[in-house]
Structures are given as structure tokens and as C-alpha cells.
Design a protein around this ligand. Structure first.
Ligand SMILES: *Cc1c(COP(=O)(O)O)cnc(C)c1O
Length: 233
């Protein structure tokens, strides 16, 4: 393709190839790994190109930016919220999102549940785990995860579907491995109302390793759209 967003086509082909290769190496099926296009700072035209090429899932980090772009998005795309979410912003995203991946406190879960109920919907959620124990990161500590899962699972308008994580940068695959273990541990606990079918893990720099560690959903920004230009946002 020779238009302004032609690179998205090539990038996506490369990502699909890399996922297929990584999945193949560990006996997984490539179709069990979903690709999410992470849209922060990316123009809606480029985002829509990805949707046209078959990436049916978009990831939004920032409420304000999302609100300014949502009308321009291809309406066939499914949208998940993946950024840090303040309770007072939940009302702005409760309708358009089909999943909130960044639930890291009972308080936030309660607010999502309250608004989901008011909108007559059941919201799919993931609990975000701070697997590296970094002070700077959001996410629940692994030790407190069970408590959060049980609390969220008891809320009528939430459906707990799995876990999400952003491992510390440049940490190799140590934390991907720990996350894989934690995911299996929680799944084997069979907590009532909790289904562990989504492990959202892997970004541009580590998605092939994440696939080897059981990720079912990789979140790709720069690898798909090129380097982010924050000056435009
Ligand atoms: C920005 C972001 C990504 C994508 O990061 P890239 O390195 O650009 O692929 C994935 N997940 C979250 C939560 C993000 O904020």
C-alpha cells in the first residue's frame, strides 16, 4: 500500500508472522493470541487502517484522548481500557468499553460495578498485577490479588476474565514467567465467578516472549504505528 499509513500494513504482517513463529515454537496456536492496537497519540486515520486490516481490538490509555478521538474511530472496533483509571472518570468510558483491563483496587471495581449496573450492562474486567513490585506502577500486589478477585467476582455487574500486567522495563522474561505462574495458580484456585481466560501481557519489546509465557492478548503500539509523537498530543 502506498498511502500515508502503508507502514501499518507491513508492521502488522511482521507482528503476525512473529506471533505465529513464537506460538509454533511452544506448541500454541497463533489464533489463541489476540492482537490489540494501542492507540495513544495515534491519529484515528492510522487506527482505522489497523481495523481495516483486521485488528478488531483497540486499547485506550487516557480518558481525555479517547473522548476526543472516539467519534472518528471505525465503529466496528472493540475497545478496551488499559490505562490508569480514576474512579471519577469511569462514567466517561463505561458505555463504549467492552472490557476494563486495569482494575487494581476494590474501590475501582465497586465504581465500575455501580455504573455498569446503572447502564444495564455487565462489564468484563481484568485485574492488573504489579508483578515487578514497582512503586511507580499501578496494579495490585500479587499478595493481594486473591482478595481483589474474590471481591470483584461477588459484584453482580462485573465479569472477571483474567489478568493484565506491565512488567518492569528491560527485565528479560523473569516477570513474564512469574506472571504465567500466577495466572495458572489463580486459575487452579477456581474462585467462584472468576474465569481466567485472558492473560493480557506483552508489548512491542516483549510480545514474542510473552506468547511463550502464555499470553492470550498482546498490546502493541509503536511496533504497529511507529514511534509515538507526544508533541502532537
Ligand atoms: C503504551 C502501552 C502499550 C503499548 O506499548 P508499545 O511499547 O508502544 O507497544 C501497551 N500497554 C499499555 C498499558 C500501554 O500503556
Amino acid at each position: 500500500m502506498t498511502d500515508a499509513f502503508g507502514c501499518v500494513n507491513d508492521n502488522l504482517a511482521a507482528i503476525r508472522g512473529n506471533i505465529a513463529e513464537a506460538a509454533d515454537k511452544c506448541g500454541r496456536r497463533p489464533e489463541d493470541v489476540r492482537i490489540m492496537a494501542v492507540t495513544k497519540t495515534v491519529a484515528p486515520e492510522a487506527v482505522n487502517r489497523a481495523v481495516e486490516l483486521g485488528v478488531g481490538l483497540l486499547g485506550e490509555n487516557r480518558v481525555q484522548e479517547f473522548l476526543s478521538k472516539q467519534d472518528a474511530y471505525d465503529s466496528s472496533a472493540e475497545i478496551h481500557f488499559i490505562g490508569h483509571l480514576q474512579t471519577n472518570k469511569v462514567k466517561d468510558i463505561i458505555e463504549p468499553m467492552s472490557m476494563i483491563q486495569s482494575v487494581d483496587s476494590v474501590k475501582l471495581a465497586q465504581e465500575i460495578n455501580r455504573l455498569a449496573s446503572a447502564h444495564n450492562k455487565t462489564m468484563d474486567i481484568l485485574c492488573e498485577v504489579n508483578i515487578g513490585g514497582e512503586d511507580s506502577k499501578s496494579g495490585i500486589a500479587p499478595d493481594s490479588l486473591t482478595e481483589l478477585l474474590e471481591a470483584a467476582a461477588s459484584m453482580e455487574n462485573l465479569r472477571v476474565r483474567g489478568l493484565m500486567t506491565i512488567p518492569p522495563p528491560a527485565s528479560g522474561d523473569i516477570f513474564l514467567g512469574r506472571m504465567e505462574e500466577l495466572f495458572h495458580k489463580v486459575r487452579d484456585m477456581n474462585i467462584r465467578g472468576v474465569s481466567m481466560d485472558v492473560l493480557s501481557m506483552g508489548m512491542t519489546h516483549d510480545y514474542t516472549d510473552a506468547v511463550k509465557h502464555g499470553s492470550t492478548l498482546v498490546r502493541i503500539g509503536t511496533g504497529l504505528f511507529g514511534a509515538r509523537d507526544y508533541s502532537k498530543k
